[in-house]
Write a protein that binds this ligand. Structure first.
Ligand code: SF4
Length: 349
Protein backbone atom coordinates (compact mmCIF):
# COMPACT_ATOMS: atom_id res chain seq x y z
CA UNK A 1 0.00 0.00 0.00
CA UNK A 2 1.25 3.49 -0.90
CA UNK A 3 1.28 5.50 2.35
CA UNK A 4 1.99 8.75 0.60
CA UNK A 5 -0.33 9.04 -2.39
CA UNK A 6 -0.03 11.93 -4.83
CA UNK A 7 -1.40 15.16 -3.40
CA UNK A 8 -1.29 16.80 -6.82
CA UNK A 9 -1.49 14.88 -10.05
CA UNK A 10 -1.39 16.81 -13.31
CA UNK A 11 -2.40 14.44 -16.08
CA UNK A 12 -1.73 15.10 -19.76
CA UNK A 13 -2.82 18.73 -19.78
CA UNK A 14 -2.95 20.67 -23.03
CA UNK A 15 -3.53 24.42 -22.96
CA UNK A 16 -4.64 26.52 -25.91
CA UNK A 17 -4.22 30.24 -26.45
CA UNK A 18 -6.46 31.90 -29.00
CA UNK A 19 -4.51 34.28 -31.24
CA UNK A 20 -5.48 36.26 -34.35
CA UNK A 21 -3.45 33.79 -36.43
CA UNK A 22 -5.17 30.78 -34.85
CA UNK A 23 -4.66 28.64 -31.73
CA UNK A 24 -1.22 27.97 -30.22
CA UNK A 25 -0.34 25.57 -27.42
CA UNK A 26 2.04 26.70 -24.64
CA UNK A 27 1.54 23.40 -22.78
CA UNK A 28 1.25 20.26 -24.92
CA UNK A 29 0.44 17.14 -22.96
CA UNK A 30 2.20 17.64 -19.63
CA UNK A 31 1.99 15.28 -16.67
CA UNK A 32 3.63 15.39 -13.25
CA UNK A 33 2.80 14.63 -9.65
CA UNK A 34 3.67 15.84 -6.18
CA UNK A 35 3.41 14.00 -2.88
CA UNK A 36 2.65 15.65 0.46
CA UNK A 37 5.79 17.34 1.76
CA UNK A 38 7.73 16.79 -1.49
CA UNK A 39 9.52 19.50 -3.45
CA UNK A 40 9.38 19.52 -7.22
CA UNK A 41 11.30 22.00 -9.37
CA UNK A 42 10.02 22.71 -12.86
CA UNK A 43 12.97 24.02 -14.84
CA UNK A 44 13.39 25.40 -18.34
CA UNK A 45 14.04 28.57 -20.32
CA UNK A 46 11.54 31.44 -20.62
CA UNK A 47 8.62 30.52 -22.84
CA UNK A 48 8.72 26.78 -22.14
CA UNK A 49 5.31 26.79 -20.44
CA UNK A 50 6.37 26.69 -16.75
CA UNK A 51 4.37 29.68 -15.54
CA UNK A 52 1.31 28.85 -17.66
CA UNK A 53 1.35 25.40 -16.03
CA UNK A 54 1.47 26.92 -12.52
CA UNK A 55 -1.35 29.34 -13.23
CA UNK A 56 -3.47 26.54 -14.70
CA UNK A 57 -3.17 24.54 -11.45
CA UNK A 58 -4.61 27.52 -9.58
CA UNK A 59 -7.26 28.22 -12.23
CA UNK A 60 -5.75 31.69 -12.72
CA UNK A 61 -5.31 31.72 -16.50
CA UNK A 62 -7.48 34.44 -18.11
CA UNK A 63 -10.43 32.57 -19.55
CA UNK A 64 -10.82 35.06 -22.42
CA UNK A 65 -7.53 33.86 -23.94
CA UNK A 66 -6.51 30.55 -22.38
CA UNK A 67 -8.38 27.26 -22.41
CA UNK A 68 -7.42 23.93 -20.93
CA UNK A 69 -8.54 21.65 -23.73
CA UNK A 70 -7.34 18.31 -22.38
CA UNK A 71 -6.28 16.60 -19.19
CA UNK A 72 -6.97 16.55 -15.47
CA UNK A 73 -5.52 18.39 -12.48
CA UNK A 74 -6.24 16.21 -9.46
CA UNK A 75 -5.70 17.81 -6.06
CA UNK A 76 -6.32 15.44 -3.15
CA UNK A 77 -8.47 13.38 -5.53
CA UNK A 78 -10.60 16.30 -6.81
CA UNK A 79 -10.34 17.41 -10.43
CA UNK A 80 -9.72 21.16 -10.20
CA UNK A 81 -10.55 21.57 -13.89
CA UNK A 82 -14.18 20.69 -13.19
CA UNK A 83 -14.51 22.66 -9.96
CA UNK A 84 -16.87 25.68 -9.94
CA UNK A 85 -15.12 29.02 -9.38
CA UNK A 86 -16.55 29.51 -5.85
CA UNK A 87 -15.05 26.18 -4.71
CA UNK A 88 -11.80 26.89 -6.56
CA UNK A 89 -11.55 30.22 -4.72
CA UNK A 90 -11.68 28.33 -1.43
CA UNK A 91 -8.84 26.01 -2.48
CA UNK A 92 -6.76 28.88 -3.82
CA UNK A 93 -4.88 30.49 -0.95
CA UNK A 94 -6.20 28.12 1.70
CA UNK A 95 -4.94 24.78 0.35
CA UNK A 96 -2.77 25.80 -2.61
CA UNK A 97 -1.08 29.18 -2.57
CA UNK A 98 1.39 30.92 -4.82
CA UNK A 99 4.23 33.40 -4.60
CA UNK A 100 5.23 35.34 -7.68
CA UNK A 101 8.50 36.76 -8.95
CA UNK A 102 7.26 40.31 -8.40
CA UNK A 103 5.55 40.69 -5.01
CA UNK A 104 4.04 44.02 -6.07
CA UNK A 105 1.72 42.11 -8.45
CA UNK A 106 0.27 40.22 -5.47
CA UNK A 107 0.40 42.87 -2.72
CA UNK A 108 -2.14 45.67 -2.61
CA UNK A 109 -0.31 49.04 -2.37
CA UNK A 110 -3.08 50.75 -0.37
CA UNK A 111 -3.25 48.32 2.56
CA UNK A 112 -0.61 47.58 5.17
CA UNK A 113 1.08 44.18 5.11
CA UNK A 114 -0.68 43.13 8.33
CA UNK A 115 -4.13 44.15 7.04
CA UNK A 116 -3.59 42.16 3.84
CA UNK A 117 -2.59 39.03 5.70
CA UNK A 118 -5.56 39.47 8.07
CA UNK A 119 -7.84 39.77 5.02
CA UNK A 120 -6.47 36.55 3.52
CA UNK A 121 -6.98 34.67 6.80
CA UNK A 122 -10.49 35.96 7.44
CA UNK A 123 -11.49 35.11 3.84
CA UNK A 124 -10.39 31.49 4.23
CA UNK A 125 -10.57 30.57 7.89
CA UNK A 126 -7.80 30.93 10.44
CA UNK A 127 -5.77 27.80 10.75
CA UNK A 128 -2.23 28.23 12.00
CA UNK A 129 0.17 27.38 9.14
CA UNK A 130 2.68 25.54 11.29
CA UNK A 131 0.58 23.90 13.99
CA UNK A 132 -2.72 23.41 12.18
CA UNK A 133 -4.47 24.91 15.24
CA UNK A 134 -7.31 27.32 14.88
CA UNK A 135 -6.62 30.77 16.21
CA UNK A 136 -9.56 32.86 17.39
CA UNK A 137 -9.99 36.26 15.78
CA UNK A 138 -9.11 38.14 19.03
CA UNK A 139 -5.56 36.79 18.80
CA UNK A 140 -5.25 37.28 15.09
CA UNK A 141 -2.93 40.28 15.11
CA UNK A 142 -0.48 38.58 17.48
CA UNK A 143 -0.49 35.55 15.26
CA UNK A 144 0.16 37.60 12.09
CA UNK A 145 3.06 39.30 13.87
CA UNK A 146 4.36 35.82 14.76
CA UNK A 147 4.01 34.79 11.12
CA UNK A 148 5.92 37.89 9.94
CA UNK A 149 8.68 36.99 12.40
CA UNK A 150 8.63 33.41 11.18
CA UNK A 151 9.42 34.48 7.59
CA UNK A 152 12.33 36.52 8.90
CA UNK A 153 10.90 40.05 8.85
CA UNK A 154 12.73 42.09 11.51
CA UNK A 155 10.61 44.11 13.97
CA UNK A 156 7.46 42.28 12.86
CA UNK A 157 5.13 44.20 15.22
CA UNK A 158 6.20 47.47 13.56
CA UNK A 159 6.22 45.98 10.03
CA UNK A 160 2.61 44.85 10.52
CA UNK A 161 1.68 48.48 9.82
CA UNK A 162 4.09 48.98 6.88
CA UNK A 163 2.81 49.45 3.34
CA UNK A 164 4.42 47.42 0.52
CA UNK A 165 6.29 50.44 -0.86
CA UNK A 166 7.97 50.94 2.52
CA UNK A 167 9.66 47.54 2.34
CA UNK A 168 12.75 46.44 0.39
CA UNK A 169 12.36 43.83 -2.39
CA UNK A 170 13.53 41.04 -0.08
CA UNK A 171 11.13 42.03 2.72
CA UNK A 172 8.25 42.33 0.24
CA UNK A 173 9.01 38.79 -0.97
CA UNK A 174 8.97 37.58 2.67
CA UNK A 175 5.69 39.42 3.30
CA UNK A 176 4.18 37.71 0.25
CA UNK A 177 5.41 34.40 1.57
CA UNK A 178 3.79 35.13 4.96
CA UNK A 179 0.55 35.85 3.13
CA UNK A 180 0.87 32.65 1.08
CA UNK A 181 1.46 30.63 4.27
CA UNK A 182 -1.19 32.39 6.36
CA UNK A 183 -3.88 29.77 5.83
CA UNK A 184 -1.56 26.77 6.20
CA UNK A 185 -1.68 25.54 2.58
CA UNK A 186 -0.85 21.97 1.57
CA UNK A 187 1.04 23.19 -1.50
CA UNK A 188 3.05 26.33 -2.16
CA UNK A 189 3.72 27.16 -5.81
CA UNK A 190 6.63 29.59 -6.16
CA UNK A 191 7.21 31.07 -9.60
CA UNK A 192 10.79 32.37 -9.87
CA UNK A 193 10.56 33.70 -6.28
CA UNK A 194 14.15 34.89 -6.08
CA UNK A 195 14.93 36.04 -9.63
CA UNK A 196 14.39 39.75 -8.93
CA UNK A 197 16.45 39.71 -5.73
CA UNK A 198 20.15 40.19 -5.17
CA UNK A 199 22.34 37.18 -4.46
CA UNK A 200 22.44 37.38 -0.64
CA UNK A 201 18.70 37.85 -0.35
CA UNK A 202 18.13 35.00 -2.88
CA UNK A 203 20.06 32.64 -0.62
CA UNK A 204 18.10 33.82 2.46
CA UNK A 205 14.72 33.34 0.76
CA UNK A 206 15.70 29.85 -0.48
CA UNK A 207 16.81 28.95 3.04
CA UNK A 208 13.54 30.20 4.39
CA UNK A 209 11.51 28.12 1.90
CA UNK A 210 13.52 25.05 2.87
CA UNK A 211 12.99 25.62 6.61
CA UNK A 212 9.27 26.30 6.24
CA UNK A 213 8.89 23.18 4.15
CA UNK A 214 10.63 21.08 6.80
CA UNK A 215 8.59 22.59 9.66
CA UNK A 216 5.18 22.45 8.06
CA UNK A 217 5.31 19.44 5.69
CA UNK A 218 4.39 21.77 2.86
CA UNK A 219 4.45 20.40 -0.70
CA UNK A 220 6.45 22.75 -2.90
CA UNK A 221 6.35 23.36 -6.66
CA UNK A 222 9.18 25.72 -7.52
CA UNK A 223 9.41 27.14 -11.01
CA UNK A 224 12.79 28.41 -12.09
CA UNK A 225 15.23 28.76 -14.96
CA UNK A 226 18.14 28.56 -12.52
CA UNK A 227 19.73 25.17 -11.89
CA UNK A 228 21.56 26.60 -8.86
CA UNK A 229 18.16 27.08 -7.22
CA UNK A 230 17.11 23.57 -8.27
CA UNK A 231 20.18 22.05 -6.61
CA UNK A 232 19.35 23.81 -3.32
CA UNK A 233 15.65 23.06 -3.06
CA UNK A 234 14.43 20.19 -5.24
CA UNK A 235 13.86 16.54 -4.46
CA UNK A 236 12.40 15.87 -7.88
CA UNK A 237 13.05 17.82 -11.11
CA UNK A 238 10.95 18.18 -14.22
CA UNK A 239 12.75 19.71 -17.20
CA UNK A 240 10.37 21.40 -19.65
CA UNK A 241 10.96 22.39 -23.24
CA UNK A 242 8.41 23.93 -25.64
CA UNK A 243 5.42 22.98 -23.51
CA UNK A 244 6.43 19.39 -22.74
CA UNK A 245 8.39 17.48 -20.13
CA UNK A 246 11.65 16.25 -21.67
CA UNK A 247 13.19 14.76 -18.54
CA UNK A 248 12.11 13.86 -15.01
CA UNK A 249 14.43 12.62 -12.28
CA UNK A 250 15.36 12.83 -8.60
CA UNK A 251 17.62 15.86 -8.20
CA UNK A 252 20.82 14.00 -7.27
CA UNK A 253 20.44 11.57 -10.20
CA UNK A 254 19.82 14.42 -12.62
CA UNK A 255 22.91 16.34 -11.54
CA UNK A 256 24.96 13.14 -11.52
CA UNK A 257 23.87 12.07 -15.01
CA UNK A 258 21.55 14.19 -17.15
CA UNK A 259 20.21 12.24 -20.14
CA UNK A 260 18.35 14.59 -22.45
CA UNK A 261 20.58 16.75 -24.70
CA UNK A 262 18.67 19.84 -23.53
CA UNK A 263 19.25 19.01 -19.84
CA UNK A 264 22.91 18.37 -20.59
CA UNK A 265 23.11 21.77 -22.30
CA UNK A 266 21.59 23.44 -19.25
CA UNK A 267 24.00 21.61 -16.94
CA UNK A 268 27.04 22.55 -18.98
CA UNK A 269 26.11 26.18 -18.68
CA UNK A 270 25.85 26.16 -14.87
CA UNK A 271 28.70 28.05 -13.17
CA UNK A 272 29.58 25.22 -10.75
CA UNK A 273 31.64 26.36 -7.83
CA UNK A 274 30.54 29.96 -8.11
CA UNK A 275 28.06 31.44 -5.65
CA UNK A 276 24.42 31.17 -6.64
CA UNK A 277 23.39 33.90 -9.07
CA UNK A 278 26.86 35.30 -9.81
CA UNK A 279 26.53 34.25 -13.43
CA UNK A 280 23.46 33.81 -15.59
CA UNK A 281 22.99 30.56 -17.48
CA UNK A 282 24.82 30.63 -20.81
CA UNK A 283 22.21 30.04 -23.45
CA UNK A 284 22.24 26.91 -25.57
CA UNK A 285 22.66 27.64 -29.31
CA UNK A 286 19.42 29.03 -30.78
CA UNK A 287 16.18 29.79 -28.99
CA UNK A 288 13.05 28.04 -27.79
CA UNK A 289 10.82 27.95 -30.92
CA UNK A 290 7.94 30.46 -30.91
CA UNK A 291 4.56 28.94 -30.07
CA UNK A 292 3.34 29.31 -33.65
CA UNK A 293 6.44 27.63 -35.10
CA UNK A 294 7.02 24.50 -33.01
CA UNK A 295 8.34 21.97 -35.53
CA UNK A 296 6.80 18.56 -36.02
CA UNK A 297 8.98 15.83 -34.53
CA UNK A 298 11.22 16.76 -31.61
CA UNK A 299 10.83 20.45 -30.67
CA UNK A 300 14.52 20.60 -29.69
CA UNK A 301 15.84 19.34 -33.07
CA UNK A 302 17.15 22.69 -34.41
CA UNK A 303 19.32 23.17 -31.29
CA UNK A 304 20.36 19.57 -30.74
CA UNK A 305 23.88 18.48 -31.68
CA UNK A 306 22.76 14.82 -31.78
CA UNK A 307 19.66 15.25 -33.95
CA UNK A 308 18.86 12.32 -36.25
CA UNK A 309 16.52 11.84 -39.19
CA UNK A 310 13.77 10.37 -37.01
CA UNK A 311 13.84 13.49 -34.80
CA UNK A 312 12.31 15.52 -37.65
CA UNK A 313 9.45 13.07 -38.15
CA UNK A 314 8.50 11.80 -34.73
CA UNK A 315 7.97 13.58 -31.42
CA UNK A 316 9.65 11.36 -28.79
CA UNK A 317 7.31 10.40 -25.94
CA UNK A 318 8.39 10.70 -22.31
CA UNK A 319 9.47 7.14 -21.51
CA UNK A 320 10.70 5.44 -18.36
CA UNK A 321 14.37 4.45 -18.41
CA UNK A 322 14.38 3.22 -14.82
CA UNK A 323 11.93 3.32 -11.89
CA UNK A 324 13.04 6.88 -11.14
CA UNK A 325 14.04 8.31 -14.54
CA UNK A 326 12.03 9.45 -17.56
CA UNK A 327 13.28 11.03 -20.76
CA UNK A 328 11.78 12.10 -24.09
CA UNK A 329 14.53 11.60 -26.69
CA UNK A 330 15.03 9.21 -29.61
CA UNK A 331 18.59 8.56 -28.44
CA UNK A 332 16.99 6.41 -25.75
CA UNK A 333 14.36 4.62 -27.83
CA UNK A 334 14.54 1.23 -29.52
CA UNK A 335 13.94 2.67 -32.97
CA UNK A 336 17.25 4.57 -32.92
CA UNK A 337 19.20 1.51 -31.72
CA UNK A 338 17.55 -0.70 -34.34
CA UNK A 339 18.81 1.65 -37.05
CA UNK A 340 22.36 0.96 -35.95
CA UNK A 341 22.77 3.82 -33.48
CA UNK A 342 24.71 3.11 -30.33
CA UNK A 343 22.56 2.48 -27.27
CA UNK A 344 23.28 5.38 -24.92
CA UNK A 345 24.41 4.29 -21.51
CA UNK A 346 22.00 4.78 -18.66
CA UNK A 347 24.48 6.13 -16.18
CA UNK A 348 27.02 8.89 -16.29
CA UNK A 349 26.92 10.32 -19.86
FE1 SF4 B 1 18.02 15.58 -30.04
FE2 SF4 B 1 16.57 13.86 -31.42
FE3 SF4 B 1 16.77 13.60 -28.80
FE4 SF4 B 1 15.37 15.59 -29.85
S1 SF4 B 1 14.92 13.41 -30.00
S2 SF4 B 1 16.79 15.73 -28.19
S3 SF4 B 1 16.58 16.10 -31.63
S4 SF4 B 1 18.42 13.40 -30.30
Amino acid sequence: MNNNPDLLSVQDIKIEIKTKKGPVYPVRGLSFSLKRGQSLCIVGESGCGKSVTALSVLGLLPKSTFRLIHGKILFDGTDLVKLPENMMRDIRGRRISMVFQDPMTALNPVFSIGEQIREAIVAHGDTHPMTGKTTGTPGLKEWIVELLGLVGIPEPDRRYYSYPHELSGGLRQRAMMAMALACGPDILIADEPTTALDVTIQAQILNLIRQLKQKSGLGLVLITHNLGVVAQIAEKVLVMYAGKAVEEAPVDELFEAPFHPYTKGLMESVPYGLPLGTKRLRSIKGNVPPLDAIPSGCAFQSRCTQSMEICQRKDPPLSSLSPTRKVACHLYTDCAWKKGGARPTVGKP
